[in-house]
Structure formats: C-alpha cells, structure tokens
Design a protein around this ligand. Structure first.
Ligand SMILES: [Ca+2]
Ligand SMILES: [Ca+2]
Length: 269
C-alpha cells in the first residue's frame, strides 16, 4: 500500500490523499478505504480484502473477512489467501490480537508484516508459528518441561488475556487426566517457574532445533521459559494471593486451575 498526497487539487483545497495498492503481480490499483480505521498501515506484506470494481479497489479496514456459519455457530476467517474455521469468539479474539500485534511490530520495526501463518484450517491450535498441544498424562512440572522440549516445544507462555482465555477453554474442553489415586486433574502446567535449577529454551526455525537457555529464576522471582519476567508481562495469579512464596517457598511451578472461572494461576510443587 502506498499513499500520495496531492497538494493542489482545486476540488480539494486541503489536498487529497490518493492511495494505491501494489500487488505481488506488479499491478498498481487505486484504492479507497472503508470501515472504522482511516489509516491502513503502508507496509510490505500486508494482508487485505475488499471489493474491486472497474479497476479500483474498496478496501476493508480489517485485513481479514469473517463469516458466521449459522448452522454450526463456527466462524470462518479468510486472511491472506488462507481460510481458518474457529469454534467461537475466544479463538477469534486471539487471532485478531495476533494480527494487530504483527502489524504493530512491522510498523515499529519498519519491516514487512509477518503474520501468524495458519497451518491447518481446523483450529487455532495449529499455527505454524504457534502450535498448542495438550498432553493429559499427569506429570511433574519438570517432566512436562522436558516432554515439551523433546517435542521442540515449550510449556505455554501466556502473553495476553486473549491467549489466557483461549488456553483456558482448551483445558476445559480437553479430556482430563487422572492421578494414581483416581482423582480428576484440574491443573495444567504453564511455562513459568521461580526455581533456580530450571532452564528455559529457544527454538530456531531454520535448524528446527531447540536449545536450553538460562532464565535466572530465583525464589520469589518468577520467570517465563523464554526468560521474560512474569512481573513485567501479563499474569493471572489467583486473587493476588498466589504465588504464596512466603508460606510455601517450595512451590516453584506455575499451573492454571481450569476449574476456576477465570482459569487463575497458582504455584504448586
Ligand atoms: Ca517458590
Ligand atoms: Ca501456591
């Protein structure tokens, strides 16, 4: 997308903005924007949809189109030539947030837009960039961390309320594991710890290899497995009473209680 400011147009004393879309095949199309957002990001790689008429384009302010299937209640999102069907608004809101974040990142870093690419059309749990896999075998946090690492993954790092709601829903609708005494499990491990013996990891997309890394967690100082400080990012600890480090300093591992309405987090050992 490019924009040209025409300064001296007798019909528009204040000047006129003419917008053009430069398509991948080399075509340049005069474009009009409609919808809530007046300024569409002028960046390479931006996805859009709109209506083309007589060689001109009316472009929606959203980079994707959403259709509701009235029979199933599912939403179909069409984005950059990919089609994705999601169950409900929880997944849609996470998708919308990630699209906005991708565009914002491209704007700040002045690079081309890199969207979360969709790998499968069935579920938001199948991004190329982010694929969520739920394992319902009961295990310790360290075992879960190792299991994820061996699959080139990481225990989930939750970065927003939209992602929290999505994960919470994923937990609630999954079949639950049971412990050795037969109790139904209502906690799912997430990727945060304050145990200084635990490592995080980074994944290299080019080599397809995960590497362990120091995250420098210490008792009471919670770190995500990518090394980010839990205090400085989105968090959802239970009623501000967890993590209760003072009373239980041996509780070093974060879990989501999905039986809780808000899917609150607590520290367990
Ligand atoms: Ca602790
Ligand atoms: Ca606790």
């Amino acid at each position: 997308m490019s924009a040209i400011h025409v300064c001296f147009d007798s019909k528009h004393p204040k000047g006129l903005i003419e917008r053009f879309v430069n398509l991948q095949d080399g075509r340049k199309i005069k474009t009009y924007v409609y919808g809530e957002r007046k300024n569409i990001l002028a960046r390479k790689g931006i996805a859009f949809w709109g209506i083309s008429l007589n060689g001109e384009l009316a472009m929606s302010d959203k980079s994707y189109q959403v259709k509701r299937n009235h029979g199933s209640g599912k939403l179909t999102i069409v984005h950059g030539g990919n089609q994705l069907t999601v169950d409900d608004n929880t997944a849609f809101k996470l998708f919308d947030l990630e699209v906005k974040q991708s565009e914002q990142k491209a704007k700040l870093q002045r690079t081309r837009v890199s969207y979360p690419v969709i790998a499968a059309s069935s579920s938001l749990s199948d991004y190329y960039d982010k694929k969520y896999d739920l394992i319902n075998t009961p295990m310790t946090w360290a075992e879960a961390n190792r299991t994820a690492f061996n699959k080139n993954g990481r225990l989930v790092i939750i970065g927003s309320v939209q992602e929290q709601n999505f994960i919470h829903k994923l937990f609630k609708t999954a079949s639950r594991g049971t412990t050795t005494d037969g109790t139904s499990v209502t906690y799912g491990w997430i990727g945060a710890t304050d145990n200084e013996d635990q490592n995080g990891s980074t994944y290299n997309q080019d080599t397809n290899i995960s590497t362990e890394m120091e995250i420098n967690a210490t008792e009471g100082d919670w770190k995500w497995l990518n090394g980010a400080d839990v205090n400085e990012t989105y968090s959802n600890w239970l009623n501000l009473t967890e993590p209760n480090n003072t009373a239980y300093p041996d509780q070093d591992y974060a879990a989501m209680d999905w039986s809780d309405t808000n899917g609150s987090w607590l520290d367990l050992k």
